[in-house]
Design a binder for this molecule. Structure first.
Ligand SMILES: *Cc1c(COP(=O)(O)O)cnc(C)c1O
Length: 387
């Protein structure tokens, strides 16, 4: 039986009280709690606008729509991510391609991105959108990607589902300093949770209005945005084909309450990560390089078993950790190797760094309430197998 999962939410009495207060109020959805949560996140992360959604997957879809992605369009992301980072383009009828990861940071390789842009320009098939992913909570080099966007004319959606509370060069992830839109996730395994939930952040008021439009059926009730004459106080317009991607007030209250403990959570995650670093030093494993000005949110603590060892070693460590009650996991099976993407023409050998990562990576448990003694047990079990 797995008694230490790889991730786990922390729900306090304060969170429960906040949710109960909404249940007793007049609004369950689209009431005051959603904008209050949006305001708190946008202030905390220093973005001008925040648009909450019922998941990060929905927020990614809204972001692609807001940026005008459609049939014949093209989005690039990394293979080392959750499928949602790529699927958002498919929802819009657009094509997906991938950029391999950096073997040091396990984030998007800016060198591979630049090479691919040079080739794509020659072939007349530049991407409309690039989606860098903050893998495990570490920011990619957004500034360098922003420079490439200036040269090659693509838009940027940061998938920061792992990275609320992280920073790069002192800049909080989510500020959109080097992107058009940043997306967050509030799924229970992530850094803070709303049960389910996501958010899109931007500094562009026009994009913010379009994000809000796609969140709610493409409908606007703002008279200043109407295309036809306002017939009366009941009047609203559906201007685009939107969705119902709204977050409830119940979820927003939980997310907002959790936001108050963001620093505490990220500090604890970093503390646990440092102890793993220290105790695992000397074992035949590799860790990601975290570029010094970066602070990771440490959504995940991922190790890689030595590159010289075969997959059978990886699989054996996996099996024995799980047999010992430790819920190790794999982040990620490269997206281009999923049957859905293979059927679109992708296959093994195309993105060797992400594929090597997928054969070698093991996610160790990491969450704020992981106790020191539980962590000790995980470390001892791992040492047993790798020494
Ligand atoms: C979790 C996750 C998502 C999807 O988040 P949901 O809120 O569950 O829709 C997207 N991208 C990445 C990188 C994720 O880890």
């Amino acid at each position: 039986m797995i008694d230490i999962p790889y991730g786990r939410q922390d729900v306090t009495q304060e969170d429960i009280d906040a949710v109960v207060a909404v249940l007793r109020s007049d609004f369950l959805t689209q009431g005051p709690a959603v904008p209050a949560f949006e305001d708190a996140v946008s202030k905390r992360l220093r973005a001008r606008h925040a648009i909450a959604a019922n998941s990060a997957t929905s927020a990614l879809h809204m972001a692609c729509l807001a940026l005008g992605l459609g049939k014949g369009g093209l989005l690039w992301t990394v293979p080392n991510t959750f499928v949602a980072s790529a699927n958002c383009a498919r929802y819009c009828g657009a094509d997906v391609d991938f950029v391999d990861i950096d073997p040091r940071t396990w984030n998007i390789s800016v060198d591979r991105l630049e090479e691919k842009l040079v080739t794509a320009k020659l072939q007349g098939r530049l991407p409309d959108i690039v989606v860098p992913v903050h893998y495990a909570g570490q920011p990619p080099d957004q500034e360098a990607i922003w420079q490439l966007a200036r040269t090659y004319g693509f838009r940027i959606i940061e998938d920061a589902s792992h990275a609320i509370g992280a920073s790069a060069h002192g800049e909080p992830v989510g500020s959109c300093r080097w992107s058009d839109i940043t997306v967050l996730s509030f799924h229970p395994v992530k850094v803070i949770t709303a049960g389910e939930g996501g958010m899109a952040l931007t500094n562009d008021p026009a994009l913010a209005a379009r994000l809000a439009l796609f969140r709610s059926h493409g409908i606007t009730r703002e008279a200043s945005r109407f295309k036809y004459a306002n017939a009366g106080p009941w009047y609203y317009e559906q201007q685009e084909l939107g969705y119902n991607y709204r977050l409830t007030d119940i979820q927003a209250a939980l997310g907002h309450s959790q936001l108050g403990r963001l620093d505490q959570y990220v500090d604890r995650r970093n503390q646990l990560a440092r102890r793993y670093d220290t105790c695992l030093a000397g074992l035949p494993i590799r860790l990601p390089v975290i570029e010094p000005p970066n602070r990771s949110a440490f959504h995940l603590y991922v190790i890689r078993v030595d590159g010289d060892t075969s997959t059978s070693n990886h699989d054996a460590v996996f099996a024995r950790m799980r047999a010992g009650g430790v819920g190790v996991n794999l982040h990620y099976i490269p997206v281009h190797l999923q049957p859905y993407y293979r059927q679109l023409g992708f296959g093994p050998g195309q993105f060797p760094e992400a594929e090597a990562h997928g054969r070698e990576a093991i996610t160790l448990p990491l969450y704020p309430n992981l106790s020191d003694s539980e962590q000790g047990r995980i470390i001892a079990l791992l040492k047993d197998q790798l020494n």
